[in-house]
Design a protein around this ligand. Structure first.
Ligand code: ARG
Length: 470
């Protein structure tokens, strides 16, 4: 950041002393909002074109402005523009460079506009692009989970409640549970995009402008669905950023849940899966360690994303209409939320296809902990025993098996029959893990056939949405 002769404030007219050096740095946003430059320039070009179309600028002036802005964009792309803190923000930096470059015509660009509607427009354009990138990463991760679900549709693992062995499930079913969470996240993101894609330009400082502008035209040039309906709301509304952060918080909450399970599953005690070395790191002291850093870090990153949601909510709480300088504080939390979400999704979408499932370990764990006890109770019900009685009978059988340190399936038939004479030799069909999962054969159930059907349906839904026009 630098200070140059030409860096005098565009608003210095009514001031009798220069702004304090500390205050200048304290109030500047260019150290972080320069990231909006491409969107700021796109917004300015559309604004200039609209001004020419409505006759507020002449064609020659418009061409000069557009050409100048395009050159400035190239300079910034190439790292040739030195940002000036004295010029406060990205908007005034670019405007000053434009005037420097094309002369007095550059001073006409800001006609019928204010930095208040300009910045609100820039953030929306920037966030819309970010949302589209995140949307694509979400799709990639969902595809990876569906692939994994198909691959492991018949792989048996323990299902847990209270993190205690509950009933056997298939690994594919578990992956599709994650996929469901992400499909809701994606729906939330796409809804949010609709409210992001509304154009503040034309609201000017707060009350609109006295120039005969054509907001529909500017909106069309910038790909907005519509101009904002109320100028006061347009310059002060940051709901869309809060909404995006709420989406991001729920997504990170989901990713933190996946992460917790992956961390457990990679431990020596579980050993259900293996993550490739390229997603892990070692310990500087314990030579045997291979740490699941990626899931751990993603789990941890939920904290900052929740924090940004709280920052934005608190930033907006109690703000009177219309624009207030407080709003400048919207950018850093929003930028970091986008960066964090994009990075976490990318890591997950790259990592999930590389997960290796240890079938033997999963199966052995599913066999422990009397996971088929419910199947025995259901069996008794089918033989005419009332469910509550069946529950009691199986409880006693489990207690007996515990005493012998055997699984239910390993007890002798005669041993089992002492608990109920409804038990026959066909009982062993339901006590197997395969029998248990195959029996849950209805839509939404864990049976391998159901998992395959659900994976297929999920894939179709993805493909349809892929092509769907926004
Ligand atoms: N840098 C400011 C922001 O980020 C731009 C808008 C400034 N508007 C104003 N009236 N001071 O919010």
């Amino acid at each position: 950041m630098s200070k140059r002769e030409t860096d005098s404030k565009p608003w210095s007219g009514r001031f009798s002393e220069p702004v304090d050096a500390f205050v200048e740095a304290f109030t500047a946003s260019v150290p972080f909002d320069h990231r909006l430059y491409r969107h700021d320039i796109a917004g300015s070009i559309a604004h200039a074109r609209m001004l020419a179309r409505t006759g507020i600028l002449d064609t020659e002036e418009c061409q000069q402005i557009v050409g100048g802005l395009q050159d400035i964009r190239e300079d910034i792309d190439a790292g040739r523009l030195v940002w000036s803190v004295a010029l406060e923000d990205v908007h005034m930096n670019i405007e000053a460079r434009l005037i420097e470059r094309i002369g007095d015509t550059g001073k006409k660009l800001h006609t019928g506009r204010s930095r208040n509607d300009q910045v609100a427009t820039d953030i929306r354009l920037w966030l819309r692009e970010a949302i589209d990138g995140i949307d694509a990463e979400l799709l990639r991760l969902r595809e990876a989970l569906i692939d994994l679900a198909e691959r492991e549709a018949a792989t048996i693992m323990p299902g847990f409640t209270h993190l205690q062995s509950a009933q056997p499930v298939t690994f594919g079913h578990h992956m599709l549970a994650w996929q469901e969470m992400l499909s809701r996240d994606q729906a939330r993101l796409r809804e949010c995009r609709q409210r992001v894609n509304i154009m503040p330009l034309g609201a000017a400082a707060l009350a609109g402008t006295s120039f005969p502008i054509d907001r529909e035209y500017t909106a069309e040039l910038l790909g907005f669905d519509a101009p904002a309906r109320n100028s006061l709301d347009a310059v002060s509304d940051r709901d869309f950023a809060i909404e995006f952060s709420a989406f991001a918080s729920i997504l990170l909450m989901h990713l933190s849940r996946f992460s917790e399970e992956l961390v457990l599953w990679t431990s020596a005690q579980f050993g259900f899966i293996d993550l490739p070395d390229r997603f892990c790191t070692g310990s500087s002291i314990m030579p045997q360690k291979k740490n699941p850093d990626v899931p751990e870090l993603v789990r941890g990153k939920s904290g900052r994303v929740y924090g940004h949601l709280m920052s934005l909510l608190t930033l907006m709480k109690g703000q009177p209409l219309a624009y207030n300088k407080d709003n400048q504080e919207d950018k850093e939390p929003l930028f970091d939320t986008v960066d964090t979400v994009a990075a976490c999704l990318r890591a997950y979408a790259d990592m999930m296809p590389a997960v290796a499932v240890n079938h033997e370990r999963c199966r052995a764990a599913a066999g422990a902990g009397y996971a088929t006890a419910t199947d025995l109770a259901d069996y008794l019900v089918r033989k005419g025993v009332a469910f509550r009685d069946a529950h009691e009978i199986v409880g006693k059988a489990v207690q007996h098996a515990l005493g012998k340190e055997l699984d239910l399936a390993d007890l002798e038939l005669t041993d089992l029959q002492q608990f109920s004479d409804a038990i026959d030799s066909d009982v062993f069909d339901v006590l197997t893990l395969e029998g248990s999962v195959a029996a849950r054969n209805h839509p939404g159930g864990t049976a391998p056939d159901q998992v395959r059907a659900a994976a297929k349906a999920a894939r179709q839904q993805l493909d349809q949405r892929h092509g769907a026009a926004r």
